[in-house]
Design a protein around this ligand. Structure first.
Ligand code: AHM
Ligand code: MG
Length: 331
């Protein structure tokens, strides 16, 4: 690497370009620090008592893993006292997170999935953190639920951290997607992937195909089309890759080209993934990288959530492949 551009340097450069106040940069440093703390635990997982499940069931009806609890706790604690947020919401918390009365509050709002793909933790498979940042909607005081139930196209920034063979932080403010790799000895996030865009020719589709029998016919036909059946299938045949960690599947498809989908089915018409914590932030990143996110019928980013933990069918990644899913749904 010729030139080391740290995340700090990158944010300062952006601040100058935009004439920004610096608050957003401070938020990103805090998130980067949370990522380092979580990465430190993922790296030594088998050596500490952080593996395995707790006995706590979260609002999603899933048993929390110890690392879920750790990651959630770190993000809440590191962002509660800074005076930059007026409210937060986490996939692991039943209700919105209020900023404690002893601390000040600010104009931003944070939504996050502290540890996505946590069923993979104990087998040393990549997991991630997903976050979205909004400007508050209410005018004063501590924030309320209206600050958190927002359309994805109101995001001012979104990103994810992937804890894989290396730890990477990828984020966008809607204009260009930048990827940073955590340097293992410097302990700094270094710009390693400037201006990430989906490649022209996709390679992969990612879906839990074990669920195929419960999908509706358009989703089944779409899947067969990606396997080469029907009219004008993809020019270059696609391979199936499915990690079962949304961040890891999304990240691979972003760099190599492809689509991830978790459709609804007869039992769960809204699928599994959460609009506020997963679909919107990743949809915002996909859009900034030339991709697209859909609920199967239209843009994810246009959806107005009515509940914090609302689930949504998700098709995300290469724009042509996602639009094709909508085309099958219309037939
Ligand atoms: P989580 O946020 O509780 O980890 O759940 C979301 C995860 C995604 O990361 C992943 O793509 C999906 O659930 C996997 O679900 P399944 O095991 O049904 O394929
Ligand atoms: Mg998740």
């Amino acid at each position: 690497m010729d030139k080391l551009i740290t995340i700090e340097r990158h944010l300062i450069d952006r601040e100058r370009e935009l004439g920004a106040s610096g608050t957003f940069s401070q938020i990103m440093y805090d998130i980067a620090l949370c990522a380092k703390l979580i990465a430190r635990e993922t790296r030594r997982l088998g050596l500490t008592n952080m593996m395995g499940a707790t006995s706590i069931m979260n609002v999603q009806g899933e048993i929390q893993q110890k690392l879920d609890v750790y990651a959630n706790d770190i993000i809440i604690r590191m962002n509660s006292f800074t005076g930059r947020f007026c409210a937060m919401a986490s996939e692991e918390e039943d209700e919105m997170i209020n900023i404690p009365s002893q601390y000040g509050y600010g104009n931003y709002v944070l939504v996050f999935d502290p540890l996505d793909g946590s069923s993979n933790i104990d087998t040393n498979v990549s997991v991630g953190t997903i976050f979205g940042i909004y400007k508050r909607k209410t005018e004063s005081g501590r924030g309320d639920i209206d600050d958190l139930l927002r359309c994805g196209n109101e995001l001012v920034a979104a990103g994810y951290v992937i804890y894989g063979p290396s730890t990477m932080l990828v984020y966008t403010t809607g204009n260009g997607v930048s990827g940073f790799t955590l340097h293992p000895t410097l302990g700094e996030f270094i710009l390693s992937h400037p201006d990430i865009r989906f490649p022209h020719t996709p390679k992969y589709y990612s879906v839990n195909q074990a669920n195929q029998r419960s999908w509706n016919e358009p989703v089944q036909a779409y899947t067969r089309w990606m396997q080469g059946e029907g009219v004008n299938p993809p020019k270059k045949s696609l391979s199936l890759r499915y990690v079962g960690s949304l961040v890891a599947d999304f990240h691979r498809n972003l760099l190599e080209g492809g689509v991830y989908y978790y459709p609804g089915d007869k039992k769960n018409p809204n699928g599994k993934l959460r609009l506020v914590y997963e679909a919107n932030p990743l949809g915002f990143i996909a859009q900034a990288a030339g991709g697209y996110a859909s609920n199967g019928n239209g843009p994810i980013l246009d959806m107005q959530p009515d509940q914090l933990h609302q689930r949504v069918p998700l098709f995300i990644g290469d724009k042509t492949l996602v639009l094709k899913a909508e085309e099958f749904a219309r037939k």
